[in-house]
Ligand binder design. Structure first.
Ligand SMILES: [Zn+2]
Ligand SMILES: [Zn+2]
Length: 304
């Protein structure tokens, strides 16, 4: 054993390097992604988790305890219920594999896909056969270039969930967007109540919340009632302004998404059909167009 020992590290290093090179190659060549948890993860996923966490901590830990004592319990139950419902539907939408049944039940589902050769086939899907997944697919399936697989009733590829949205997870996606919109409006109402009373009548605010014992012109308590932390008035004002800005930004983005999907439902369209129709209207006579973009479109690159 002492004689062999020196050669071991180099063997280990080269094995590690080989593994890393193989992993890199796997990333470069298309392998179907199962759901939102398949690698590569998307930076937007981390952003949305951070956003959710910041809103939960500030809402339940900082602002709700300052509501009138009679409103606190209902606020915890209603807003807490909305946050929980959003979290659960969001996780389900990210976890469901939206792929076509024929793709999911394929024996070699997670193997490398063949490279698409335009000289052999004009379209990725022809006569309901996908040349990349190598299975028969349904009429409304699209091959998603981010997920590398065919998705049933393809709607769009969601970067926030890092997963495709198709008929298998559409209602979870829609419920998560709806609960987020309603929850955000409630959070904004709580924040604005605090903001206005904090500025014009902080004594009354503390009195109504049953927190007069904390009255001090320079310090303000956070994380009541169990983990009180006293901070400067400037700090609470900064947290308040920052979280109001965050919530308004969220409401604009998610509210817009909700209105857009309500509009699509009223027109009985998917996001993909909407984008395809819009593009057709925009360039009615330009035949062929850019090959790259038409291929991406065909593969269902509608992303949000
Ligand atoms: Zn396919
Ligand atoms: Zn996708």
């Amino acid at each position: 054993a002492p004689v062999r020992a020196p050669s071991r590290p180099s063997v280990q290093i080269s094995a590690a390097l080989r593994a890393r090179a193989a992993a890199k190659l796997r990333f470069l060549r298309p392998i179907p992604r199962v759901n939102g948890w398949s690698r590569p993860l998307h930076i937007y996923q981390f952003a949305s988790w951070a956003d959710f966490l910041i809103l939960a901590v500030t809402t339940f830990g900082i602002f709700i305890p300052f509501l009138h004592v009679d409103w606190q319990l209902s606020a915890y139950v209603v807003i807490g219920g909305l946050f929980l419902f959003h979290l659960v539907t969001n996780l389900i939408a990210a976890t469901i594999d939206p792929a076509e049944a024929n793709v999911r039940y394929k024996k070699n589902y997670l193997d490398l896909l063949p490279t698409f050769d335009r000289s052999k086939h004009e379209h990725v899907i022809q006569n309901q056969y996908c040349h990349l997944c190598e299975v028969t697919v349904s009429e409304t399936a699209k091959h998603c270039s981010a997920c590398n697989k065919c998705v049933t009733d393809f709607d769009h590829h969601c970067k926030w969930l890092n997963n495709c949205i198709g008929s298998r997870n559409y209602w979870f996606f829609f419920s998560s967007v709806t609960s987020a919109s309603v929850g955000l409006v409630c959070v904004l109402a709580v924040q604005l109540y605090f903001f206005i009373r904090f500025l014009i009548d902080s004594h009354g605010l503390l009195k109504d919340a049953g927190l007069l014992v904390f009255q001090d012109s320079k310090m303000w308590p956070l994380f009541l009632p169990y983990f009180p932390v006293l901070v400067n008035t400037g700090v609470i004002l900064f947290i308040l302004v920052a979280s109001v800005v965050l919530v308004i930004g969220n409401i604009i983005m998610i509210g817009h998404l909700l209105v857009f999907h309500l509009y699509l439902m009223s027109k009985r369209l998917s996001t993909f059909e909407y984008i395809t129709q819009k593009r057709k209207k925009q360039q009615p006579k330009r035949k062929g167009g850019k090959k790259g973009s038409s291929l991406r479109m065909e593969e269902g690159a509608a992303q949000q």
